[in-house]
Unconditional design. Structure first.
Length: 317
């Protein structure tokens, strides 16, 4: 029986599966000299509802120097779970893929994505995957990776937003966030994102150094957007321009994204609830019970403390 337990291991170009993916990437659209013209991926990574959509909107506004359309974020890149890339590889409807087929096809589907967005440099790709192996296949192939930006958000603020997005209760969502095999969603290709702690640790640990990861907190972006967006731009090799930076921050602010969703809808929204709901720091204090706070801090306290989130109900040694 195939084991779908997430395994956090360092990306390894010497791993046979990883090596095959790396070789395919190097040969994609080869020009005869062994050099690919396909852009490598800069991952926009996070646990769900941690700010990756906000970041993609910022990048779109910064790239164009104009206002952003939340329904046209593909101008900066794609999504690692776009079902059409998988469907093109296997030649059958993506909903018919088994769990094993979805993971076995992932490398080839990412190559399709790279080819589709070959004109974009850098190529940003959204992912909620953890870094490691699933069914012996690498979730984030190092041979396709240029860099990564990983956003961390307080799990107490994530829970109500994720519950609303997935149309689940807060208690059920707390349970899912603590489960190492949490699936991405019920309406997507099979994939496992892991618990909040596993996801965060997999991207921020030294074992992910091969991926050139820049880690930043959602709360720091709220408090000091100029300083932290500027650091992120430097990491992805976009020279920060002060005027363009200020415009992009204004054009992608939460109220602007909310206004657009009300006026035009948002294609990434699953149900009737707004995708852009509050976005503020510390909203969990108005939503969660003491028991719910305790459960979240019990599940994730060590990782929360590591990234500067103070605990309200727990002491972690």
């Amino acid at each position: 029986m195939t084991d779908y337990t997430p395994k956090i291991i360092p990306p390894d170009p010497g791993n046979p599966t990883e090596a095959a993916v790396t070789w395919q990437a190097s040969k994609a659209d080869d020009d005869g000299h062994g050099v690919t013209r396909e852009p490598l991926i800069t991952w926009i990574a996070s646990y769900p509802k941690s700010g990756s959509t906000w970041l993609r909107a910022f990048l779109a506004a910064y790239k164009t120097g104009s206002d952003v359309d939340i329904n046209a974020l593909g101008m900066v890149g794609g999504d690692d779970l776009n079902p059409m890339h998988y469907q093109n590889v296997v030649g059958k409807p993506w909903k018919e893929l088994t769990q094993f087929e979805a993971m076995a096809t992932r490398g080839a589907a990412l190559l399709q994505l790279m080819h589709t967005y070959a004109s974009l440099t850098p190529l940003f790709v959204k992912t909620h995957s953890f870094v490691g192996q699933l069914a012996e296949f690498p979730t984030i192939p190092v041979g396709m990776t240029r860099a990564a930006v990983y956003i961390i958000r307080d799990p107490r603020d994530i829970v109500s937003s994720l519950a609303r997005h997935n149309r689940d209760s807060i208690d059920e969502t707390i349970k899912q966030m603590g489960h190492p095999r949490m699936p991405i969603t019920r309406e997507s290709l099979f994939h496992v994102i892991g618990s909040w702690s596993l996801n965060v640790e997999s991207w921020s640990s030294p074992s992910a150094s091969e991926l050139n990861v820049h880690v930043m907190r959602y709360e720091d972006l709220l408090r000091q957007p100029i300083a932290y967006f500027e650091k992120m731009l430097a990491h992805v090799c976009w020279r920060p321009d002060a005027a363009r930076l200020e415009h992009a921050i204004s054009a992608s602010c939460f109220t602007e994204l909310q206004t657009q969703e009300v006026a035009n809808g948002f294609r990434e929204r699953l149900g009737d609830e707004p995708f852009f709901h509050t976005g503020r720091e510390g909203a969990w204090r108005d939503v969660l019970t003491e028991g719910q706070i305790s459960r979240i801090e019990g599940d994730h306290g060590k990782t929360m403390l590591k990234f500067g989130y103070k605990l309200e109900t727990r002491k972690v040694s």
